[in-house]
Design a protein around this ligand. Structure first.
Ligand code: MLT
Length: 266
């Protein structure tokens, strides 16, 4: 049985907390909004031999403090780089799901040589559209008025497919409801301001897996296909009956797709 441990370390940029399992080549798993590293527990429990999976709580989520400066995607990316320094990891495969993918793009821009590979899960390279920004502004108001519970109620139908069971819906609801309101708000602002990563896609030279739930309502498979088509050393795999949080909804299939990609690279 795989043991999942929790870590916390002072870095050059503040304390970072994370979950990890396994030993060997490092893979860093970056979580979605407004969740935390615990969303990667199914993958941490299925770590392939020879790999070490590390899932940080991005600042303001889980047990990583928010800090005093408003974060941007570059801030989250620099925090992950500082965690890699603190753990003496020069390079790692970086995997991001949705907002985690936005952070992965920022890491690629900042230090492409540190990425030994890239996994883009249920994410998109584009910046927010004007409509998207208006929706985020409305979510900030909802959060200020009614708290994380209301955010969870609004987001849940889009995060999971209609086939998700009640236990999984509850798990995700509890994860969102337990998030710090100021951490959620800071991430909304950071996502609204994130740059367009589309021009970077053609420059990505590391082996890349694009993976998405075939029922993803937030970043539909067509977007994953379009993104994969312009990344040179990439492959695309769709997760059957998977919604936006495909790793939680189809943990076996998602973990197998991830392991196939990682083991093929060794
Ligand atoms: C996520 O799952 O991280 C969010 O759906 C990302 C977003 O709202 O753009």
């Amino acid at each position: 049985m795989t043991t999942i441990t929790a870590g916390e370390i002072p870095t050059a940029r503040g304390t970072m907390a994370w979950l990890e399992s396994g030993a060997g080549w490092p893979l860093i798993l970056l979580h979605a909004f407004p969740l935390n590293a615990a969303m990667w527990r199914p993958q941490l429990a299925r770590v392939p031999d020879g790999w070490r999976f590390i899932a940080p709580h991005l600042r303001g989520f889980g047990t990583t403090p928010l800090g005093d400066q408003p974060p941007s995607m570059d801030t989250y990316a620099a925090d992950v780089g500082a965690l890699m320094d603190a753990l003496s990891l020069d390079t790692a495969v970086i995997a991001g799901l949705s907002m985690g993918g936005y952070v992965a793009f920022a890491m690629y821009r900042a230090a492409p040589a540190r990425l030994a590979g890239l996994v883009l899960a249920d994410t998109r390279p584009q910046a927010d559209t004007p409509d998207g920004r208006a929706g985020r502004a409305a979510m900030r108001e909802l959060l200020a008025r009614d708290g994380p519970r209301a955010v969870a109620a609004q987001m849940l139908p889009k995060l999971l497919s209609g086939g998700a069971g009640p236990a999984l819906v509850e798990l995700v609801r509890r994860m969102i409801e337990s998030a710090r309101p100021d951490g959620i708000d800071a991430a909304i602002v950071a996502m609204m301001a994130r740059p367009d990563s589309t021009p970077d896609l053609g420059r990505i030279s590391c082996a890349t897996l694009v993976v998405a739930g075939d029922q993803d309502a937030i970043t539909p498979p067509a977007e994953a296909q379009a993104m994969q088509a312009v990344i040179s050393r990439s492959r695309l795999t769709l997760v059957e009956d998977g919604g936006h949080l495909a790793n939680l909804e189809q943990p076996d299939a998602f973990s197998r797709i991830l392991a196939d990609f990682l083991l093929a690279r060794l």
